[in-house]
Design a protein around this ligand. Structure first.
Ligand SMILES: Nc1ncnc2c1ncn2[C@@H]1O[C@H](COP(=O)(O)OP(=O)(O)OP(=O)(O)O)[C@@H](O)[C@H]1O
Length: 729
């Protein structure tokens, strides 16, 4: 079994010394428990350390001073967690941001974006920085080429709860969006903080700070702390107070790779998640270690990270193919009862969905599993936030183990989407942003308007204005609700408004794949651009003539990211939905279809829609066929993963039972050798034992045959998909 990677970011990427020395954090006010209004001042520009100007500073009114709105925390006068007056709070910097923040407050979920600085390699390659973070807005300027090789820029605009540019330190990020959830943990909440993004986008830096080799030898105060350290400092600061003297800190660290759990603090022991009678998920065998101070805690984390790295070296896989979960629990020292808990999750690299096209089965299975888990995570967040009756926790190991944290009525979740700034990574960055946006948009209290409220002049560049084009964008997850509204289907599928730089020509509205991201997103060409006027519709000719683009748009689990769409296939459109589709532009029809497929994902019993019934032809038909194959593949991978686990368990049981039978045989043999032995008893006994052996072997043989058959099916399905994908491109 191949093992996984690490948060440790042992990726050998160059990092500037100047950055490493940057203390990363200007003056920050407040400690946990503070209240009222805070402002976080930007620290020394890390971007400058990379020899780059700081766009954040250049564009932001007031130079390097920046008001950071705290996604969860209440503004003055309101209570961040709805429970007590304790809690951190920052003021929103603008009215729309305030309204967005207030929608965040209603929600238990906060989604923020963090952009890392350009690295030396990117600077040397002279590839431009294409990403701009401004308060809650993220603007991506994607360089594109027309068929006639004319260059143009396609702009994608997203609104999140907050975005942090390359000038923002770990400490500022922490104070703004993670500290409040640490605070909540002390108020008995179970919280989760996800770091998500492409390999090399800064997840490890955010969680752990710069790589060890860069900070070794530096005095402590000059090291840039990561979120783990900052959180543990706050945890131990609070726990030393009288109020929490009865609590202790316990830490567990494990990872999920290909649907299996490994204990990073116990020699990579294989763990099993089981539901107990109360339907709580228990990770059987997971070791929790008591820690007494910050240093102990960091040492235990370091140990776990090394264990991950060892796994990597030994098995030659990289960290971005696993999810790593660091769990810090507060427990009553006497009763051992859990008081609160925070789980930090370093999610698998967002680009890994594309692994599902790999020729190696194990890699395909990793990719499919990652897709599945990220899709399930999104669905669970959606179901919980919208208080739906059913939350599909069993959709993946990731959601299964996070069940108790996500389901907790006081739970709070922060998702940090890490993105690389460089044009080289633009497609991956867009996928990350789309996934994060989808998570954000799914939550209750989100407006169905594109990308939330239109930004105030304070948010946009003075030289830019938001495009008034489409009257409304629709939130993908709300399609079913909105299906009767034609208007809602006319907008950019990012669910965000595009805005037009006044000076920039030609202007291209973007038409992006539907529910993108690693699951639903598109790895190679993430958005489908067309220079259509009016901002609302694309050119059908241009669209339908480009089978490759169409394929990219919808390629799913097998094919890559858009697993959501593809893997979700199943479920015919309702009659009125079908009717609605006739009036849509081609890409919208396809996206509409994909959305339906996506929505049907959690209804695996649904039969796939017969392609003919959908009235599809040409590119659409082959896309739908690809989607259907991908959906089948996803299911098959799920079956294979479950069967593999069952087979291994059965094999162990088989050996145990055989050992018991052999012992019995020995007893019979010993008895029959004695003078005056009962030969009838011997024969009867032997007959029974042989019968049982045959039965046990038959049972395990059946499992092995079935498993082999499914592996073969997976192989041929994958080949079929690849040949169909290449013939339609
Ligand atoms: N905000 C930042 N400021 C300065 N350097 C950064 C920042 N974010 C990332 N880096 C640097 O960029 C490089 C890549 O970051 P990092 O290793 O954290 O990425 P990652 O997403 O964790 O990658 P992987 O998934 O491969 O572990 C590292 O050298 C890191 O120190």
């Amino acid at each position: 079994m191949r093992q996984v990677v690490g948060i440790s970011g042992a990726n050998g990427r160059p990092a500037s010394r100047a950055r490493a020395r940057s203390p990363g954090g200007g003056s920050t006010t407040s400690a946990l428990g503070g209240s009222g209004v805070r402002q976080v001042q930007a620290g020394p520009s890390q971007g400058a350390a990379y020899g780059l100007p700081s766009p954040g500073q250049a564009n932001r009114a007031g130079g390097d001073a920046r008001a950071v709105s705290l996604p969860f925390a209440a503004g003055a006068g309101s209570r961040p967690w709805g429970q007590s007056g304790r809690g951190s709070a920052l003021a929103s910097s603008s009215a729309p941001a305030a309204s967005e923040a207030s929608s965040s407050r209603r929600s238990r979920l906060s989604v923020v974006v963090r952009k890392r600085p350009m690295n030396r390699r990117e600077v040397q390659s002279q590839s431009p920085d294409v990403l701009l973070c401004r308060d809650s807005a993220v603007i991506v300027r994607e360089p594109k080429l027309k068929v006639d090789l004319t260059k143009y820029v396609e702009e994608h605009n997203f609104l999140f709860d907050e975005s942090f540019d390359e000038t923002v330190s770990n400490e500022q990020l922490y104070r703004a969006c993670v500290q409040p959830i640490i605070d909540a943990v002390f108020q008995r909440a179970k919280c989760t903080c996800f770091a998500y993004g492409q390999t090399g986008s800064g997840k490890t830096f955010t969680m752990m700070g710069p790589p060890k080799r860069l900070v070794e030898g530096l005095p402590l105060e000059e090291r840039t702390p990561g979120i783990f350290l900052l959180a543990s400092q706050d945890i131990f600061r609070l726990i030393s107070s009288k109020e929490y003297a009865h609590l202790g800190v316990f830490i567990a660290f494990y990872e999920i790779y290909c649907g299996k759990l490994f204990d990073l603090l116990n020699n990579r022991q294989l763990l099993h998640a089981r539901e107990n009678a109360k339907q709580n998920v228990v990770i059987v065998g997971l070791q929790e270690h008591p820690v007494g101070n910050v240093q102990d805690l960091m040492e235990v984390i370091e140990f776990g990270l090394n264990s991950r790295t060892t796994g990597v070296t030994g098995a030659n896989v990289d960290s971005s193919r696993s999810h790593a979960i660091l769990q810090i629990s507060l427990k009553d020292l006497e009763s051992k009862e859990e008081h609160g808990k925070i789980s930090f999750i370093d999610l698998a690299g967002s680009e890994r969905g594309a692994d599902t096209l790999d020729t190696d089965r194990q890699t395909r299975m990793d990719g499919a599993e990652i897709n599945k888990s990220l899709l399930a995570l999104k669905e669970c967040i959606r179901a919980l936030d919208q208080q739906l009756d059913h939350t599909p926790f069993r959709g993946s190991k990731l959601t299964q183990v996070l069940k108790d944290s996500l389901i907790d009525p006081e739970s709070r979740t922060v998702m940090i989407a890490n993105v690389s700034p460089c044009s080289i990574s633009v497609e991956h960055s867009l996928n990350t942003l789309r996934y994060a946006y989808r998570v954000k948009e799914l939550r209750s209290g989100s407006t169905k308007q594109s990308g939330g409220p239109a930004p105030s002049p304070g948010i946009g560049d003075p030289g830019m204005q938001y495009d008034q084009g489409p009257p409304q964008a629709y939130a993908q997850g709300d399609l079913a609700d909105d299906v009767s509204s034609d208007e809602s289907l006319l907008v950019d599928e990012d669910g965000v408004r595009d805005y037009q730089p006044q000076q920039s020509a030609p202007f291209h509205n973007s038409f992006s794949a539907p529910s993108a991201g690693p699951l639903d997103g598109i790895p190679a060409s993430s958005s489908y651009a067309s220079a259509y006027p009016g901002g609302g519709s694309s050119s059908p000719a241009e669209w339908s003539g480009n089978a490759a683009a169409a394929q990219q748009m919808g390629r799913s689990a097998l094919g890559s990211a858009p697993a959501a769409a593809a893997s979700a296939a199943g479920g015919m459109p309702l009659p009125q939905q079908h009717h609605q589709m006739q009036h849509m532009q081609q890409p919208q029809r396809l996206q509409h279809l994909q959305q339906q497929q996506h929505d049907a994902m959690m209804r695996p019993d649904n039969a796939p829609p017969p392609l003919g019934d959908l009235g599809l032809g040409g590119a659409e038909a082959s896309q739908a066929a690809l989607d259907e194959l991908a959906r089948q593949h996803d299911r098959l991978i799920g079956t294979i993963l479950a069967e593999e686990e069952e087979l291994i368990t059965s094999h162990r049981q088989h050996i145990d039972m055989m050992v018991e039978l052999i012992k019995e045989e020995m007893v019979h043999l010993n008895n029959v050798d004695r003078p005056g032995s009962d030969v009838d008893a011997y024969v009867t006994g032997l007959d029974r034992i042989l019968g049982l052996k045959a039965e046990y072997i038959g049972e395990i043989r059946g499992r092995v045959d079935m498993f082999k058959e499914h592996l073969q099916q997976e192989d041929s399905l994958s080949r079929k998909f690849q040949s169909l994908a290449s013939s339609s491109s």
